[in-house]
Structure formats: structure tokens, C-alpha cells
Design a protein around this ligand. Structure first.
Ligand code: C5P
Length: 219
């Protein structure tokens, strides 16, 4: 199976020395890349800047901005069997990047931002991906309901939802606790290290992908 994984934060430049980013450590995506590579699957990891070592036996494309991540995904997605979008992509980016360092002058400074491309939301409709598609949902309320809306709106086979209002799990943490939301069922995976969860998730996603292939063969 060929698996594409996006991971980490993106960095949206403001001027030559400043950028907008978020607290994503990249750890869940890298743990998934490693788990699939250990199963001898072909893994392509497309990642924003992180402090992590690139897992062995994984093809790696470093990116910075949401647009760069979009372009890399659009280029490689058609060859993939499964895609897992773990990255914490910035939702907004500066409308223009100052060519020189912005000087400190007035007491307030307003940055104008525009929406970044929705990479996961483009996978089916724009990029025509037909493989097994997994998105993440970081929510602070109505976890299942919001994940189910995302599942349908973005044409995913599975949403891995986590409650980011709980301390010690999810964003920038070593552990996670997730709810897998699929069209027919929900599966709760209890709190564990991201590495253990990644192995569990790799098992489940591989099984689901095989089922999808078999269902297609019967058509
Ligand atoms: O809509 P929301 O940002 O909550 O969706 C989260 C999911 O969408 C994650 O899987 C994330 O990797 C992906 N995403 C993306 N491109 C964006 C924003 C989010 O691929 N611009």
C-alpha cells in the first residue's frame, strides 16, 4: 500500500524574519509514518517544520507554507492508495509578504489575512483522489457531531477526532485519545502514547483499505 501522510504545522511568512504558525509538534503524523513503514508499506511524509527525526524508510518532502503543502499533495496524491491528513495547516495566511522587515512604528499593526487552500477538502473534488481518505478533527465541543459533518463534507472514509479541550492530549502532547468516526460506526481508542496509537491506527486503516479494495472488485 502507498500511503501519503501530511504532518506538522505550516509557517506563513509575514516578512523576511517573521511567520504565523501553531503548536503542532508533528508527532502523531511522524508516528503514523513510522508505523506504516514498519509494516513495509511505502510511505510519503509531507511535513511542515518540526524538531523530529525523519523515520527510517520513509520518503520525505519538507514544506513550509499551506500552499507548498497543497502543491506537494496535489502532485503525489494520484499515485497513492491511502492518504492521512495529520497536518495542522494554518487556516489563514498574510495577503502579502513584506519584502523588508516590518519596522516598529505605530502602536497597533493590522495584518490582513486570507484563507489558505483546504488540502483535505480538495482531495476528492479537486484532486480526484479515489483511495482511502483519513482526516483529523481537533474539536473542543460536540466531538462526534462535528467529526461526522467533516467526514461527509470532505468526502473522507474516516475522521480521527480528538478533544483538544482536555489537558495532556492532542496538540503538542506525547499522548492522545481519539474517536474514529466512519460512516457506519464509531470506535473509541483510549488514551495512549501517540506511538502506540499510531500502530493501532495503522492496523485499522490497512484493514479498512483492503475492505474498500474488495468492495470495489465486487462492483
Ligand atoms: O476543517 P478543519 O481544519 O478542522 O479540518 C482538519 C483536517 O483538515 C485535518 O485533517 C487537516 O490536516 C486538514 N486540513 C487541510 N488543509 C487545510 C486545513 C485543514 O488539509 N487548509
Amino acid at each position: 500500500m502507498k500511503v501519503l501522510i501530511t504532518a506538522g504545522p505550516t509557517r506563513e511568512p509575514i516578512d523576511p524574519v517573521r511567520f504565523l504558525t501553531n503548536r503542532s509538534s508533528g508527532r502523531m503524523g511522524y508516528a503514523l509514518a513510522e508505523a506504516f513503514a514498519r509494516r513495509e508499506e511505502q510511505v510519503l511524509l509531507i511535513s511542515g517544520p518540526t524538531q523530529l527525526d525523519i523515520p527510517d524508510h520513509v520518503d520525505f518532502i519538507p514544506v513550509e507554507t499551506a500552499q507548498e503543502m497543497y502543491d506537494a499533495v496535489a502532485h503525489y496524491l494520484p499515485q497513492m492508495d491511502a492518504a492521512i491528513f495529520c497536518a495542522a495547516v494554518a487556516d489563514y495566511t498574510p495577503v502579502s509578504v513584506a519584502s523588508q522587515k516590518i519596522k516598529k512604528s505605530a502602536d497597533t499593526l493590522t495584518l490582513e489575512l486570507k484563507k489558505t487552500p483546504d488540502i483535505l477538502g480538495s482531495a476528492r473534488q479537486v484532486m480526484g483522489f479515489r483511495g482511502y481518505l483519513v482526516g483529523f478533527a481537533a474539536e473542543t465541543e460536540n466531538l462526534e457531531e462535528n467529526a461526522r459533518i467533516k467526514l461527509e463534507r470532505k468526502g473522507c472514509d474516516m475522521i480521527i477526532a480528538n478533544d483538544v479541550s482536555q489537558a495532556g492530549i492532542g496538540f503538542d502532547s506525547a499522548e492522545n485519545e481519539v474517536l474514529l468516526v466512519e460512516s457506519a460506526e464509531n470506535t473509541a481508542l483510549p488514551r495512549d502514547t501517540k506511538e502506540h496509537l499510531a500502530h493501532h491506527l495503522a492496523d485499522i486503516i490497512s484493514d479498512r483499505w483492503l475492505l474498500k479494495v474488495k468492495a470495489r472488485e465486487l462492483l
